[in-house]
Design a protein around this ligand. Structure first.
Ligand code: ARG
Length: 259
């Protein structure tokens, strides 16, 4: 081979390597960071269980990403419209949403709770009938409340964020808030001055599972889901879980839910 040819071959090898399968697009991930302890703002930074889990999964999958705090409804719209490649926000996987989105396998089990001012005589989900109820709009907490008092019942106030619902409980604009159990306990624990209490009701509130949410026919879903499985199996998930919740995760529950 003459020198020029050698050089050409070498150059094409370098070029091929540079644009090989390993160079990936930077992904946009949307969230609604007002849902402690899953995602919330702390000193100007987004933190939470989901934030750490996302970092581990994306590292495993080998994707660069930008996490954007869009708020809840804009988040849903941006995933559906394909502006975001995925979303993580304690998002419940359900049949309704499966019509418009794809999901990862389940990564967290949840249910709902009723939060109310200390001393109120609320002992079951039925007791919210006749009270003013606050929920975050477009969430399964809103669905759970509507299952009890009726769809679009005027006793329900729907807020753009879960924090706004809690604020309305504080100011007395609503009598109770229905929200995800871990978020309810975190709020009760971290806000003693709010003097609120909570109950669960296993008969009224079903168990549900969170998943990463993708646009329909997402090209990255399978790869990211595989990375999530690895992170669950290699102990990284348990580490993050223990850091945030102080207990060990029930991996069997997740496994049987993903079937
Ligand atoms: N799990 C509930 C749902 O999917 C509430 C999620 C709210 N998440 C949030 N980051 N605000 O509807």
């Amino acid at each position: 081979m003459n020198k020029l040819l050698k050089l050409l071959v070498l150059m094409s090898i370098i070029l091929l390597a540079a644009c090989g399968t390993d160079s990936k697009d930077k992904l946009t991930v949307a969230t609604d960071a007002a849902f402690a302890p899953f995602e919330y703002m702390d000193k100007g930074e987004m933190v939470g269980f989901d934030v750490d889990l996302l970092a581990a999964v994306m590292e495993e999958a080998g994707f660069d990403y930008e996490l954007k705090n869009t708020g809840w409804e804009p988040m849903l719209a941006s995933v559906q419209g394909g502006d975001a490649d995925l979303a993580i926000a304690a998002i419940t996987i359900n049949d309704d949403r499966k019509e418009s989105y794809d999901f990862s396998s389940p990564y967290f089990e949840s249910t709902h709770m009723v939060v109310f001012p200390e001393g109120e005589n609320i002992t079951s989900a039925e007791d919210i009938k006749g009270l003013k109820i606050g929920v975050q709009t477009g969430t399964t907490g809103a669905d759970a409340a509507e299952k009890i008092v009726g769809k679009n019942d005027e006793s329900i106030s729907k807020y753009e964020s879960n924090s706004l619902a809690f604020m309305s409980l504080g100011s007395g604009d609503v009598d109770v808030v229905v929200t995800d159990n871990v978020v309810a306990s975190e709020y009760v624990k971290n806000n003693p001055e709010a003097e609120v209490d909570m109950i669960n009701d296993q008969e009224a509130f079903e168990s549900e599972f969170y998943g990463l949410m993708f646009p329909k026919d997402s090209e990255v879903r399978a790869e990211i889901d595989a990375a999530l499985q690895t992170v669950i199996e290699d102990g990284t998930y348990a580490e993050i879980y223990e850091e945030w919740f102080g207990t060990e995760p029930n991996l069997d529950a997740l496994k049987s839910a993903s079937k």
